[in-house]
Design a protein around this ligand. Structure first.
Ligand code: GLU
Length: 489
């Protein structure tokens, strides 16, 4: 078998899409496994939807994921240029070739005529598509009208009029489409720009693409691509159309129902390795059912033939769970580095401090952003909270005063500030004040961390140490006393 040359061909039309990463992952892994090349091509022929910053953000997002390409617009390669907008002359030349072979023809039909045709076909519930009026024009006459008269025209693919087109999708088997159902596709628009179909096939041939691994939505265009490749006498690549990612309601994944921008996942604190693992699971599974696996294992074991054809539902909760798994694998130094790069370090955080607080919060971490959220109180003062948060459950705010005062005093008298001593001291306070554990712990928790949810109170005290704990309990006590008019003191 040839060494694979595979590609992705994203269009720079907006934020880098999670679907691009999904398809890139399969292409990348396949190329790596087989020692082939993974190519990044930029499909930017649709100038109406083009966004200049989009290309750069596609590069950045794919690099963040670690899906590096061997050839592409920014790294070059033997088939450069890799941006379709820079390949116009190649397409022009290839179209002339198709015209000369009779595999394509010039069409002079006006937009008005085509509009009427479409309307009529709709009314009669006929198959929509070009009716072939210009197919029979004399090619020399058509060339003269185009080149000498400068008449506006497009170039269309001459789909054979009878019979059918047969091709293979490697995941689905042989597919037969009646030629009557394949439209005489426009290959070159009237402005001289190629359509996606032409540019795509010309480039896949020029780049020596062996396997086209792309989203299922392109399956419907594949007969046209196969006809085109054959018209060029070029080998037809092996096609693998991977199932689309889906919203919970099984519709195609969309912005309205799911986050789809790779930049979003990054800014929300997802790890690239977790997102890759998650995307791999959408179309593949390990033989042993293990769900947490790295890119290295995926590269080793993945085969294109094993892509599953289910309709993978994009389940953010699953991703969140996976992300937690990967976060817990990081050492404090690694985590610190990730947070630093993503500018998500809690204010005032240093590596040693992170190493101390990490064991206390690690079990509840789901995203990088959780660190600042859950440990901000450790590196700085607790975030400002309403005094009412100090109110013990089912009690009055004033009842928080003895709780805070007694626990502060008890802790201040400890000979050793360690877990067993803290536990005994607080239990004594609880029994003396005749309160339940949540009634004791809630005001303390808020006083110490500014949060209603936090790690266990003993852990919080231990990691803060005696002085900081005392200061916070005192400050909270003062607020309670002030708010309850000193009644409780
Ligand atoms: N530009 C197309 C896309 O955005 C490429 C489709 C293909 O891979 O052929 O998905």
């Amino acid at each position: 078998m040839d060494v694979p040359r595979v590609r992705i061909a994203p269009s720079p039309t907006g934020d880098p899409h999670v679907g691009t990463a999904y398809v890139a992952l399969f292409n990348y892994a396949w190329a790596r496994r087989q020692g082939g090349q993974f190519i990044l091509r930029i499909d930017d022929t649709d100038r109406t939807r083009y966004q200049s910053k989009s290309e750069e953000s596609i590069f950045r997002a794919l690099r963040w994921l670690g899906l590096d390409w061997d050839e592409g617009p920014d790294v070059g390669g033997p088939c450069a240029p890799y941006r379709q907008s820079e390949r116009q002359e190649i397409y022009q030349e290839r179209v002339r070739e198709l015209l000369a072979r009779g595999a394509a023809y010039r069409c002079f039909c006006t937009a008005e005529r085509l509009g009427e045709l479409r309307q009529r076909q709709k009314e009669r519930k006929e198959h929509l598509g070009y009716d072939g009026l210009c197919r029979t024009l004399d090619p020399e006459e058509a060339a003269r009208r185009a080149d000498v008269e400068g008449e506006v025209h497009v170039v269309r693919l001459r789909v054979p009029s009878g019979g059918s087109t047969v091709f293979r999708d490697e995941l689905r088997g042989e597919i037969t489409v009646a030629n009557a159902e394949i439209d005489d596709q426009v290959l070159m628009k009237s402005d001289g720009f190629p359509t996606y179909h032409l540019a795509n096939v010309v480039d896949d041939i020029a780049f020596g693409i062996t396997e086209v691994v792309r989203a299922e939505e392109w399956l419907i265009s594949t007969p046209k691509h196969v006809l085109l490749a054959r018209a060029f006498d070029a080998p037809v690549p092996r096609y693998f159309h991977v199932p689309l990612l889906r919203n919970r309601d099984h519709s195609k994944i969309s912005k309205r129902k799911n986050p789809v921008s790779l930049d979003w996942f990054r800014s929300e604190g997802y790890l690239p390795e977790a997102l890759l693992n998650f995307l791999a699971l959408m179309g593949w599974g390990t033989g042993d059912g293990e769900e947490v696996f790295g890119l290295d294992r995926f590269e080793r074991e993945f085969r294109l033939e094993d892509i599953s054809l289910g309709a993978p539902v994009f389940d953010l909760e699953k991703l969140e769970w996976l992300n937690g798994q990967y976060l817990r694998k990081l050492t404090a130094a690694e985590l610190y580095e990730r947070l630093r790069i993503e500018k998500m370090l809690p204010a005032g955080a240093d590596e040693a401090g992170l190493a101390r607080i990490l064991p206390v919060i690690v079990e509840r971490l789901h995203r990088l952003t959780d660190v600042a959220e859950m440990a901000g109180w450790y590196f700085g003062e607790p975030a400002h909270f309403p005094v009412g948060d100090l109110c013990p459950p089912k009690q009055q705010l004033a009842d928080a005063a003895p709780i805070l005062r007694e626990s502060r005093n008890a802790l201040a008298h400890l000979a050793r500030f360690d877990a067993p001593s803290i536990e005994t001291a607080l239990e004594d306070v609880r029994v003396r004040l005749e309160v339940k554990k949540p009634q004791l712990f809630m005001p303390m928790r808020v006083a110490l961390t500014g949060r209603k949810d936090s790690p266990g109170i003993h852990e919080v005290l231990l990691v803060l140490g005696p002085e900081r704990s005392e200061a916070r309990l005192t400050a909270a006590l003062a607020r309670v006393e002030e708010a309850s008019g000193g009644a409780a003191s």
